[in-house]
Every structure is written in C-alpha cells, then in structure tokens.
Ligand binder design. Structure first.
Ligand SMILES: O=C(O)c1ccccc1NCC(=O)[C@H](O)[C@H](O)COP(=O)(O)O
Length: 207
C-alpha cells in the first residue's frame, strides 16, 4: 500500500479532510522560506484536531536548530523533514526520526546525494533544483531513480490527481507526497483535488 502525505497544511479543516479521506500523514511547514509557513500556535491546533494514527511531519529548510527544538517541544510532530543543505550529522542531533529531501531537479547530478543520509528514516525525492524551496509543483525525471535504494522512498514534486497513478505504477514508492497539486492557492487545499488524489493512489494500489 502506498502511503500518502499531504503537505503544507495551514488550516484545521484541510488537515481533517485529508485525514478523513485516508491520508496517512500531513506536513506542517515551519520554514520562513515557504508560502505555506504555519505558526507554532496554528500547528498545535491542527495536531490537536487530528484523529489517531495520522502522522504529523514538521518541515524545515536550513533553519536554526533552536526552531526545530521549539517545534519538537511545543508541537510534538511524529517525524522531521529537512529540505535544505542540512548534513546527516546535523539532522541526527535531535534524536528523532527524520526524512531528508533530495532535490532531483538537476537530474543525474543529484544522484550522489542519495547516499549522503544513512541515518534518515527515508528519502523524499523532490522535483525542484538544489537550494530551491519545496512545494514548487515541479516534477523530475522518474526514470533516473536507481533500483535498490536502502531507504524507503517518498516520491514528491509536481504530483497531482492526473499523474499520481502513473507515478505509483512507475516507481512503486513507499509513499507519495503532494502540496501544490491539491491546492486552490498556496496553503489552501481544494477538497475535490484532495479527494481525487487520494482516490487515484488507492485505486492504483488496488488494481
Ligand atoms: O511546500 C512548501 O512550501 C515548502 C517550502 C520549503 C521547503 C519545503 C516545502 N515543502 C515540502 C514538501 O514536502 C512538498 O510537499 C514537496 O516539495 C512537494 O511539493 P509539490 O511539488 O508542490 O507537490
């Protein structure tokens, strides 16, 4: 079964809808580099409203360790996700499971970085270029992915209700992740797109 993470939640109602439609995880973006940045207060409201067994992922991009610690203490996410040039040793300092995003936008030049995060619980492969923010809506060339990566792969970057079935069939990733492809505006989820995205993944799994 392909896990589904819906990222860039800024409203309680969107996070609840994603959960009730069957999303496995929601993402909360804390970096100021994002158009989907949430305050700690709003993040706490979202986390408190979620039903059990829906995971919460806190995202950062080259932020201060003090912000990560504050979020861990005050929001209590299940998983961290680092989106910038953070090194494996830096990510490990928090003693929590983390995903490392790898910018795949440069094509084959990005492949060596897939081996740089031995302590990551998984790799989130995104479509933007190195140093650029996530949530870009850019896809990358899925055929670049080497077989037999040691860590679970979360496929991201330009996924939408229209292309996610192809992505799941082509890659069979551990999980898929979407932000802009299910939005009407940055941080505002479109209920129809959200439902269509989750349905497309589940239908592909079942086929
Ligand atoms: O979503 C953001 O605004 C964002 C900004 C800075 C760093 C990371 C960010 N999002 C990370 C995600 O996990 C997104 O879901 C991922 O980049 C896919 O986005 P999209 O291509 O829009 O589906």
């Amino acid at each position: 079964m392909t896990r589904i993470k819906c990222c860039g939640m800024t409203r309680v109602e969107d996070a609840l809808l994603a959960a009730h439609l069957g999303a496995d995880a929601i993402g909360l973006v804390f970096t100021a580099r994002s158009k989907r940045q949430v305050t700690i207060e709003r993040a706490r409201e979202i986390v408190a409203a979620l039903p059990p067994l829906v995971s919460t992922v806190a995202l950062f991009m080259d932020d201060e360790a003090s912000l990560v610690r504050q979020v861990l203490e005050e929001v209590r996410p299940d998983l961290l996700q680092f989106h910038g040039s953070e090194k494996d040793a830096w990510c490990v300092q928090f003693g929590r499971p983390f995903m490392k995003a790898i910018a795949m936008g440069e094509g084959a030049a990005a492949l060596p970085r897939l081996r740089d995060y031995p302590h990551a619980a998984g790799l989130l492969l995104d479509g933007h270029g190195y140093g650029e923010a996530g949530g870009s809506g850019k896809a990358f060339d899925w055929s670049l992915l080497p077989a037999g990566l040691a860590q679970p792969v979360m496929l991201a970057g330009g996924l939408s209700p229209e292309n996610v079935a192809d992505a799941v069939r082509a890659i069979r990733p551990w999980a898929v992740d979407v932000a802009s492809g299910v939005e009407s505006a940055p941080g505002i989820k479109d209920p129809d797109k959200l439902a269509a995205f989750i349905h497309a993944v589940r239908a592909t799994d079942a086929a």
